[in-house]
Design a protein. Sequence first.
Length: 423
Amino acid sequence: MRMFLIGFLALLAPTTGFDDPPEMPEDVVQFSKGRPAKGILLRNDSSGIWLAQKSKIRHYEVSEVVSLTGPRAAYPEYIEKMRAEFNEQPDAERCVAMAEWCKEQGLVRDADIYYWRALLDNPTYDAAHEGLGHKKSRGVYRIPVKGHGKMSFTELREHRASDFDECWKLTTTHFDIESTGDLYDALATCVDLEMVYSSFYKEFQETVGFWDLRMPLRIRIYPTLDEMPPASGTVKAYFHIDTRTVYTYYRDGVAQELVHEGVHAILHGAVREFARNDPSTPGWLSKGLAKYMEHHLIGNPGDRAMVTEPIHLPSLETHLDHDRPDSMQRVLNYQKSDYFASTGQDLKYAQSYNLVYYLLHSGDDELRDGMNRFLASVFERKGSSSHFRNAMNLRDWDDFEEGWVAYLEEQRKAAKDAAEAGG
């Protein structure tokens, strides 16, 4: 067992509209020898188990541990149960059973999602109303709404559908969600966020070594783009760094750019909590990873899977067909403000994505190892082009850029050959 001193996290949460959100209990590690340990599970993989206990983080070898229980230990199983649930239409009895399972595992921030989902199937289902703390009045459940007296479930569903000041306030393991829209869509968005989170961590945590988030991220979803607080430039949905909040809106019942902006929030939060300081993540990496997850986390809300091949062809062609694409060194020095410009956005996003994809999927183990080293350095707030060069063991920028472009050309030829073979 190793112990690390980490100090107190100076992460001040913005004021929210949530009244006493439920707090998850600690996880418990049972050892082959000695007393069990309680704390917050930060990482659990083949390299060991990391457990936060107040101001300290302790690392245990896998061989020391007999069992691990608690909400974060149950999280991988929860994701699979969540996926199975949202592949079906709501069933009141099944949803309540899922809510009770969440509470048994300590996943108390997620339980209400399934009580609400049960009411979509049966608006009078006793166990769901009781789980949400609703009381009957003259034999009918009436839900108190601040400033509006009491409403039936059907009335409440309509009331919260279009006015953000009267929105749904929902919590999941890693997110606080304020959402207008129909309840069905709001619940699907909640689980979709956890799918994005779990997919990002599954893709990168073990090779890079960062921690599970301890502070929830905020998501605010408005009924339309016009009703959402605007951002500068041509940006629509966006992640506001100072408040750790994603701002987005619904279109046809789907929260827009949720994967892309969710990844920005997750990456920022993960670096912030690991480094215990404001991130200095380079623009190309932040945008490239967001585009990477956006293009390859495939499926409907609540039922997504990572499909990493083939490369996203429109991004590839935007880059290769441009008269004057930016140089490798220019890409590495993109600032976040560069992506807000009124011109050249498509090229910058394309080159950022293409670079991330090349480093992850070129088939060259040295490049992938270098990318892992650079990602690890970013989590230590070392994300400059010189840090990139050191992590990749680069000697010549021109040679690296030629290899990158040659790989993209190979991918375009492979896509063309596959299309011709398919008829």
